[in-house]
Design a protein around this ligand. Sequence first.
Ligand SMILES: [Cu+2]
Length: 284
Amino acid sequence: MAKSLALAGVALLVLTACAEDNPARRGWLPGDRDTTSNTPEITDLWVNSWIAALAVGVLTWGLMLWCMVAYRRRKGETGYPRQLAYNIPLEIMYTLVPLVMVAVFFFYTDQVQRSIDEPYENPDMTIEVYGKQWSWDWNYTYTAANGTEYEVYDTGVQAHLTGEEGVRETLPTIYLPVDHDITFELKSRDVIHSFWVPAFLQKRDMIPGRTNYIYLNPQETGVFDGKCAELCGEYHSEMLFNVAVVEEEEFTQYLDGLNEGHLGDEYNRNPNLHDSDVLTGGDD
Ligand SMILES: [Cu+2]
């Protein structure tokens, strides 16, 4: 017992030290809460769920220990202890208490989910993200503070993981303006991918012939890791990108350097697959 407590203590120190080195990495202890407009709610749900689970755990472990001690076999006792079966009140309690616990978890999860998935009526920017084997295309639609309208794109290439340092700097990078409402339109050109920015605490599948959405407002400038989170073929592990959250001025400078236009469904493996075809598999 003392040994495992000591181990847990060491693990806690190591893990919290890592979290401080890299603000983008929280490990299992949520550190920096405000990466996006959604992260405080998600962090609270996570932490409070752990507190609730721990309280239930402590109560359950306590009752188990108490039973072991209070009802242990005494000196001179023989035979079976008194047998107890078909105790209706107890069985009702065993059914109701877990149901209530699940209902409480469900209620708060649903509440947070509805809140973060509420679409922006007038987003400041819409970015269309295509997953493709094994990189990404981004189409930016944005009206700058000075009125310039952008309809530009960038196309990413697969990371080349050599085992050497410095690959991160070569990854395709998605730029986001800090403090702006952003709608992500998530699509796929070929197979199912998943758009994941761990520091944003959000991840969503990209499904051929479908559009999924993420709505968020980045609150902190910085560079964050992004990756595909759905095994999508041989080089899935090299489907990496950076997310640069920058000030508006730097953002428009970046957009100025991109090509005008839009990389749409015409570059999909099956350009004729549309939302309504998903259940029937399209016309290929
Ligand atoms: Cu992928």
